[in-house]
Design a protein around this ligand. Sequence first.
Ligand code: NAP
Length: 337
Amino acid sequence: MTTTTTRSLGTTGPEVSALGLGCMGMSALYGHADRAESIATVHAALEAGVTLLDTGDFYAMGHNELLVGEALRTAPAARREQALLSVKFGALRDPDGGWSGYDGRPAAVKNFAAYSLQRLGVDHIDVYRIARLDPDVPIEETVGAIAELIEKGHVRHIGLSEVGAETIRRAAATAPIADLQIEYSLISRGVERKILPVIRELGISVTAYGVLARGLISGHFGRDRQLAKDDFRAYSPRFQGDNLHHNLDLVDALRKLAEQKGVSVAQLAIAWVLSRGEDIVPLIGARTRERLAESLGALDVTLDEAELAAIEAAVPADAAAGERYAAAAMAHLDSER
Ligand SMILES: NC(=O)c1ccc[n+]([C@@H]2O[C@H](COP(=O)([O-])OP(=O)(O)OC[C@H]3O[C@@H](n4cnc5c(N)ncnc54)[C@H](OP(=O)(O)O)[C@@H]3O)[C@@H](O)[C@H]2O)c1
């Protein structure tokens, strides 16, 4: 594979680069990010052939959309035109950075979209999705509202995020769905049980996030790393105490295999997700050009059967200690029901 290799987002969605760029960490959740370097990273990604950029209106309350908008405005026209924007909405925030639920009511969907278009400085969003199921609003209503935005030309395609098999079926019965965004990595394999079979049956792709388990299996996360109070990982069960040490032991096992192959741990982990199927598009969370270059290197890594078996033996499914979110956030995951 090369940086210009494409994968299709479902049977109805656009062709996108085999690796997408997730922009969340450039604004929120993983501690400080350098704005100029973040924008340079988006430019370098577009230059290298990445076409899919993922953001959310609630990533630092619009900060991430403004940043992506600025990166697009300052990119050469040809690069800007190749960019496809995947945008999440629905998470409710407060001025102190708190999270107060989700809103998938049709009027709210249209309101969120109006603000996102403005902040991004674009006339349409390529793939639009609610970040989590709003338990008080049937998915048909939320998806129906996005379908109306499509009719009016404000959105091109509908995506889903962290929902389970039944919700996926209901959404797909309402309107064509391009992709499901969901966590998928060597240590987050829950999607394989009930969700992948359904989306394959329905012709929906996966945009996989947390491919490096938020840096945990990147090979760069040190055992004694101190996390800022506003860093998501300071509260994530997988990064706490004994869980962290257990999980980093898994990374050490992975590191041996990466060294044998002459690649980095991050490249091995990303290549493994790429190997799961043509319908899987990993979103890489790089926020520096250095990390971007490392991640894109995964496109050159081909894993044969013996190597895949060795990886599976080093990090068996369900080997990780700790859930992928803290309990309060797990409760919002329709995908875990
Ligand atoms: N739908 C959803 O619910 C949902 C949830 C979360 C994220 N997302 C989307 O998915 C995207 C990717 O998720 P993620 O950021 O959690 O992914 P990730 O790739 O698992 O984690 C990114 C973290 O890994 C570290 N890292 C170390 N080596 C790296 C390398 N070579 N390349 C990239 N990162 C490296 C980065 O740290 P340093 O920068 O400190 O090196 C960063 O903190 C997000 O940006 C967001 O757009 C969606």
